[in-house]
Design a protein around this ligand. Structure first.
Ligand SMILES: [Fe+2]
Length: 311
């Protein structure tokens, strides 16, 4: 896999030169693994029945555990997401992953991410993912008591106009820039996290009070502590409840805009994630963002799973 260096215009992520991942290896075998130290592990999946092969799901799981991110390239048409469905069933059956999160009684596991001005999938309100606006650094479902540990995106139609670039930044690159005081403050339950209106459930709960970092992240700035860092974050719905929390939040926001964060950011363009790509991500070890969508036909399909308490 080859890296290209050039600047991407992405206000939520920064404008310094960052890594843009080039297209990955061609499919020549049932499963081909490509891994480099600076890139997303990549598997080419030539047939749906790879799911039946011993070791395939195990390989996906190992890469997900080790790197927190895996890219899969499907070598067959799958607009019904049969592969992704089977993969998640297998991760649950053989590797203990929790069940997928139902988006609603009618839509089941999958959520279609595409711009829409009228067809909203939740509570009759437009979710941010249903707009064409950029979406700055965040983790998914930060407002949930049990945010999903993983999510996957299947590309059904990439943005043909160069927008909608998916960016990812490992939390460890952010956390190691924070002072011990900021780590400590971010690990305390001193933040009000609002539930966006479109996701207020029947309980009517509108917010939670909790921490931004899982408590274990506060202990040290060591490499091992950073590697296992767990974060939940979405700036526009977080309110610090103390002065120390406010200072720590400012420090975190500066870290997200720092040259190191920009240097470590992966930008997965439409060339890197063409139609048929599936990206799996650890939602606690990686932050992600999206720049403005330019193609109204852009269409991703998302599934989230393994919702567990944020501790
Ligand atoms: Fe997201």
């Amino acid at each position: 896999m080859q890296h290209l260096l050039h600047p991407l215009k992405h206000s939520g992520v920064g404008a310094l030169p960052t890594r843009v991942l080039a297209a990955a290896a061609a499919t020549t075998a049932t499963t081909t693994t490509t891994t480099t130290s600076n890139a997303v592990p990549h598997l080419s999946v030539s047939r749906l029945d790879c799911l039946q092969q011993p070791g395939h799901i195990q390989e996906v799981n190992q890469l997900l555990e080790r790197e927190g991110m895996v890219k899969l390239s499907l070598g067959f048409p799958d607009d019904e997401s049969r592969y992704l469905h089977g993969l998640i069933v297998g991760l649950g059956r053989f590797h203990g992953h929790g069940q997928p999160v139902d988006h609603s009684a009618t839509r089941g596991w999958f959520w279609d991410i595409r711009p829409s001005a009228s067809r909203f999938q939740s509570n009759g309100c437009q979710a941010r993912s249903e707009t064409m606006r950029e979406f700055p650094w965040h983790t998914d479902c930060s407002y949930e008591d049990r945010p999903p540990r993983y999510f996957a995106l299947q590309v059904l139609q990439p943005d043909r106009r160069g927008g909608g670039v998916f960016s990812a930044l490992a939390a460890r690159h952010v956390l190691r820039q924070l002072s011990p005081a900021a780590r400590d403050a971010l690990s305390r339950p001193d933040f009000r996290i609002a539930v966006p209106p479109e996701f207020v459930r029947s309980s009517g709960r509108t917010h939670l009070v909790g921490s931004i970092l899982a408590p274990g992240c506060s202990a040290s700035a060591s490499a091992s502590a950073s590697a296992s860092a767990s974060i939940r974050f979405r700036e526009d719905i977080v309110t610090p409840l103390s002065e120390a929390a406010a200072r720590a939040m400012d420090e975190l926001k500066r870290a997200l805009q720092s040259p190191e964060a920009r240097r470590e950011t992966l930008h997965l363009t439409s060339e890197t994630l063409p139609r048929g790509s599936v990206l799996l991500l650890d939602n606690r070890r990686w932050l992600h963002a999206r720049n403005e969508v330019r193609d109204p036909e852009r269409h991703l399909r998302r599934v989230r799973w393994d919702a567990v308490p944020f501790v």
